[in-house]
Design a protein around this ligand. Structure first.
Ligand SMILES: C[S@@+](CC[C@H](N)C(=O)[O-])C[C@H]1O[C@@H](n2cnc3c(N)ncnc32)[C@H](O)[C@@H]1O
Length: 211
C-alpha cells in the first residue's frame, strides 16, 4: 500500500510503499548540496529508492538524461511511478540491477549513490532483505560504498561520484585515503545528527574536470 507525500522544498511528490526508503537526512544532504558539472549529459543514480534525488535534479536540469537503478524491484517500480507523477520530460532509464552489473559501456558525467552505510550487528541477519539493502553497508558500514568506488575505477569510467558516509562506519580522516593519482576526494558537506555525523563526499575519478 503506497502513501502519498509532498516535499515542498524540492517541489517533488512521491508515492511510497513501506518497503522503499523514505527520504531522510542523508537524502536531504544530497539534495541540498549536489551540483552537476556544467555540460553534464548523463547522470546515473545507483539505489534511487523513491527516486527523489534524480527527480529533483531532473527538474532542475531538463536537458540531462538520467539512468536510475536499484537492487530492489519494488524500488524501481516506485521510481517509475514517481517519474510519471512529477511530469518529467527528461529521458529517464530505470533499471533493476546490482551496482554497475548491467552496464558495459556507459560514461555518466556524474554517479550518485546514497548507499546503505550502517555497520552490521547481531540483529542484521534477521532484517528483511529490503531493509538490509537500505541500511546495512557491511561489517564496518562503509564496504558497500568502497565496493562501488572500486567498480567505477575498474570500469575506467571518468566521472564525478557523490556518496555518503556515516561516523558510525567511517572516520573522516579516511577521505585522503580515497585519493590516488587518478582520484581526488573531498568532503563537500557534513551534518551532525543526534547519534551520528553524515558526510557527503565527492570523488573525481579519472580526467573529469569540474567546471
Ligand atoms: C539509503 S537508501 C537511499 C534511497 C534514495 N536514493 C534516497 O536517498 O532517499 C539506499 C538504496 O540503495 C539500494 N541498494 C542497496 N544495495 C544496492 C546495490 N548493490 N545496487 C543497487 N542498489 C542498492 C537500496 O535498495 C536503497 O533503495
Amino acid at each position: 500500500m503506497e502513501e502519498y507525500h509532498v516535499f515542498p522544498k524540492y517541489d517533488v511528490k512521491l508515492r511510497l510503499p513501506k518497503e522503499v526508503y523514505f527520504p531522510s537526512d542523508d537524502s536531504f544532504l544530497m539534495l541540498d548540496n549536489i551540483e552537476l558539472p556544467s555540460n553534464s549529459k548523463i547522470v546515473m543514480e545507483i539505489g534511487g529508492g523513491s527516486g527523489i534525488i534524480s527527480i529533483y535534479l531532473a527538474k532542475k536540469h531538463p536537458e540531462v538524461n538520467f539512468i536510475v537503478t536499484d537492487i530492489s524491484y519494488q524500488a524501481t517500480e516506485t521510481i517509475l511511478l514517481n517519474h510519471r507523477l512529477n511530469n518529467l520530460c527528461n529521458p529517464f532509464d530505470i533499471i533493476c540491477t546490482n551496482k554497475l552489473q548491467s552496464f558495459h559501456k556507459v560514461s555518466p558525467d556524474v554517479i550518485i549513490w546514497n548507499p546503505p552505510y550502517l555497520p552490521s550487528d547481531a540483529t542484521s541477519d534477521t532484517l528483511p532483505a529490503f531493509e538490509k539493502n537500505m541500511f546495512i553497508g557491511g561489517r564496518k558500514g562503509s564496504e558497500e560504498a568502497y565496493d562501488l568506488i572500486a567498480k567505477i575505477s575498474e570500469s575506467n569510467i571518468s566521472t564525478v561520484f557523490y556518496t555518503i558516509f556515516s561516523s558510525l562506519g567511517w572516520n573522516k580522516i579516511l577521505v585522503s585515503q580515497l585519493e590516488n593519482e587518478s582520484c581526488k576526494a573531498e568532503i563537500v558537506k557534513e551534518t551532525k545528527l543526534f547519534f551520528e555525523e553524515l558526510y557527503l563526499v565527492r570523488i573525481i575519478i579519472g580526467d573529469k574536470n569540474v567546471k
